[in-house]
Unconditional design. Structure first.
Length: 193
């Protein structure tokens, strides 16, 4: 699997890219932002000023812990921090394994900052600087398939969105049959996100 980052692939975008065999990014791609964050808006003071209040009927002590109308207790902060820490550890593990990097090195890079594509290349977070076309050419050369047919699937606002994954898979197989895919030819799918 080859990933080509366009203008931005940060945090979750980088997370899903790391297991790829090869990662391309443009020189000015914004990537990195390795870390986990939880944000909560508080407007309890504003609600008090305008006389707004809320009654919660809940099944457990912490069911309303993200309510913007109450203070977060020290115990709730501990719960949230535990979830953030657990997610962060998983993020580090994915990078260590996906990029074959030393854990300490990854930890030093994973402080939430962003990197340009150029910096990411220098730091080993990506493999090559290049465009989607460069990544496509790389795949064609790697497979020794210069005439590889490319099908670009754009899920956003595409008709494919309206179908279940199972139906989408069957449609792709139908497309392959229609255009005559056989053992001599292969298709490459580009999924835009």
């Amino acid at each position: 699997m080859v990933v080509s980052m366009n203008s931005m692939a940060t945090s979750g975008g980088y997370y899903i890219a790391t297991p790829a065999d090869h990662i391309y990014a443009n020189h000015s791609t914004i990537t990195g932002s390795i870390g986990v964050i939880m944000n909560f808006t508080k407007y309890d003071e504003l609600a008090d000023k305008i006389g707004y209040s809320q009654v919660n009927i809940k099944s457990g002590e912490h069911k309303d812990m993200a309510s913007p109308l109450k203070e977060v207790t020290p115990e709730e902060k501990e719960i949230y921090q535990s979830v953030v820490d657990d997610s962060y550890e998983k993020f580090l593990e994915v990078i260590v394994n996906g990029r074959d990097m030393d854990r300490e090195r990854v930890q030093n890079l994973a402080d939430g900052r962003i990197y340009s594509g150029y910096e990411a290349k220098e730091l080993g977070l990506i493999d090559k600087l290049g465009s989607l076309e460069d990544a496509t050419d790389y795949i064609k050369k790697s497979l020794n398939q210069p005439n590889l047919k490319v099908v670009r699937v754009t899920p956003k606002n595409s008709i494919m969105d309206s179908f279940s994954p199972n139906i989408q898979s069957n449609l792709i197989k139908d497309i392959e049959n229609i255009i005559g895919i056989n053992n001599q030819a292969r298709l490459m799918y580009i999924f835009d996100q």
